[in-house]
Design a protein around this ligand. Structure first.
Ligand code: FAD
Ligand code: SF4
Length: 442
């Protein structure tokens, strides 16, 4: 029996996909900030990939200096609001808070962060200005967290910035990939508008860069280029039945869900294949859309899943059932999907092995493949002297994010193979400073 009723309108959709971390009110923020011990060696700060001065911004909230708190956050992380909401804080800043050692709930750092950043986003308070004009232009490919962060930082350094974006909206997977119960489209766009209004970079939408000619044009028109293209569509399973009607890629499924909301169609019985965070989001999303039965199938044991425990727990609380040690053999059906045939697996001498004769079929009307995203190899192969590693990730200098073609810098999922928004934010800022250093010295 489904936990959620199918949402028929926007109101019902919002109810099913209610925000997991709602905005704090003044009293909550005042109380929560008063709990901070302002540790001198603040482990919460070390645990943040962007190194936000957590005790400082909490102190600023505590003393009523909310604008100052927001400035402290944005000084380190241009995606300050999005990260407060969607970062896996339990394994980052909040997971490192000293209260965890005393059996006391850690500070709600992410929600305090949102309290401060939403306050300036809503008031439109100008915290940043473009730097003195250097007369130089930088092109950015991709308006995801990495590209936007790079643009913001470059503008403060006085560069003209043009971002070429394939889609019609900024923020990349923040609006197209992250589950809707973590952050709403409105909240993502409010931060995007806030940053662009202050810093004035240009975004050329619906403009994918895909040919050698376009790249050559960028190389002659700009002093440097930042690659922030992320990853591609869901990777193929290379399995019989993959092209049947009703088989979807998880990233494409979530993107459609984020755009269509209650108009999104869902089947009665859904099988999600995969064990990462994207699989959890797809399974949770299917359940919240009102699917009767959602099975999350993973070929190894539960403990081997790549997903965070809290993401799995969230999916289970939405009514998702886990099926472990089940490896998919084929997707069965006529024109449309009718089921997935699995074989049971076990570990033999540390090697995952199929158990002969244990095949079984889970009937379903929809399959969501959450087996990773393909890389952007075809675009990257057009760039001269760009070194990629064995996993098709762009190789960069870790201090500057400069690639092996000195004119190109890169960041985000395109260099780490798929991480979090906060990593893209860090990379974009680092690369902007790398670009500045390189242009200044040449
Ligand atoms: C389903 C899913 C759920 C996730 N949930 C979370 C979460 O809860 N919390 C979290 O922190 N992270 C989450 N992530 C990861 C996070 O979204 C990414 O790590 C982050 O968005 C990477 O940023 P990026 O800028 O490198 O790439 P992207 O966000 O992918 O942005 C790349 C941008 O480049 C554009 N682009 C691509 N190719 C071209 C081209 N040729 N020309 C022009 N533009 C181009 C794309 O349209 C896109 O806008 C999730 C990812 C997925 C897939
Ligand atoms: S570790 Fe916890 S108590 Fe210490 S500074 Fe950070 S948030 Fe405050």
């Amino acid at each position: 029996m489904a936990e959620y009723k199918r949402p028929d309108n926007e109101q019902e959709f919002k109810e099913n996909f209610k925000q997991k971390k709602p905005l704090m009110n003044d009293t909550q923020a005042h109380y929560e900030s008063s709990r901070c011990l302002f540790c001198y060696d603040a482990p919460c700060m070390d645990a943040c990939p962007t190194g936000i001065d957590v005790p400082l911004f909490i102190k600023q909230i505590q003393t009523g200096n909310t604008d100052g708190a927001a400035k402290t956050i944005y000084d380190s992380n241009w995606m300050g609001n999005a990260c407060g909401t969607i970062c896996p804080t339990g394994v980052l800043c909040e997971g490192a808070c000293v209260y965890n050692h005393q059996d006391v709930a850690p500070l709600l750092i992410g929600r305090l962060q949102n309290y401060a950043t939403m306050s300036v986003i809503e008031s439109g308070k100008q915290l940043y200005y473009p730097g003195e004009d250097t007369g130089k232009k930088v092109a950015i490919i991709g308006a995801g967290p990495a590209g936007i962060s790079c643009a913001c930082e470059l503008r403060t350094l006085g560069y003209t910035v043009d971002i070429y974006e394939a889609k019609s909206q900024p923020s990349g997977l923040t609006v197209h990939g992250v589950a809707p119960y973590k952050i709403s489209n409105e909240e993502v766009m409010a931060e995007m508008d806030y940053l662009q209004n202050q810093l004035g970079y240009n975004i050329i939408y619906n403009h994918p860069i895909s040919t050698k000619e376009e790249l050559t044009k960028l190389e002659t028109g700009y002093s440097a280029i930042f690659i922030g293209v992320g990853l591609g569509i869901t990777a193929p399973l290379n399995m019989t039945g993959e092209n049947l009607k009703g088989v979807h890629g998880a990233v494409e499924f979530i993107e459609e869900l984020r755009m269509k909301h209650s108009e999104m169609k869902i089947a009665q019985r859904v099988v999600v294949i995969g064990g990462g965070n994207t699989a959890m989001d797809a399974a949770s999303g299917s359940a919240r859309l009102g699917a009767e039965e959602v099975t999350l199938a993973y070929r190894r044991g539960k403990e081997s899943m790549g997903a965070y425990d809290f993401e799995y727990d969230l999916a289970v609380s939405a009514g998702v059932k886990g099926l472990f040690n089940a490896s998919p053999l084929e997707i069965v059906g006529g024109e449309s999907v009718e089921g997935v045939r699995f074989v049971k697996t076990e570990l033999v001498n540390g090697k995952l092995t199929n158990i002969d004769g244990s095949e079984f079929t889970v009937p379903c009307d929809m399959v969501i493949k959450a087996t990773g995203q393909a890389k952007q190899g075809s675009l990257l192969s057009l760039i001269d002297k760009l070194t990629l590693d064995e996993k098709t990730r762009i190789v960069v200098n870790a201090d500057t994010n400069q690639t092996t073609n000195p004119m190109y810098f890169a960041g985000g999922d395109a260099i780490n193979g798929g991480a979090e928004v906060v990593n893209g934010a860090y990379d974009g800022k680092l690369a902007a400073n790398g670009i500045h250093q390189w242009i200044t010295q040449n």
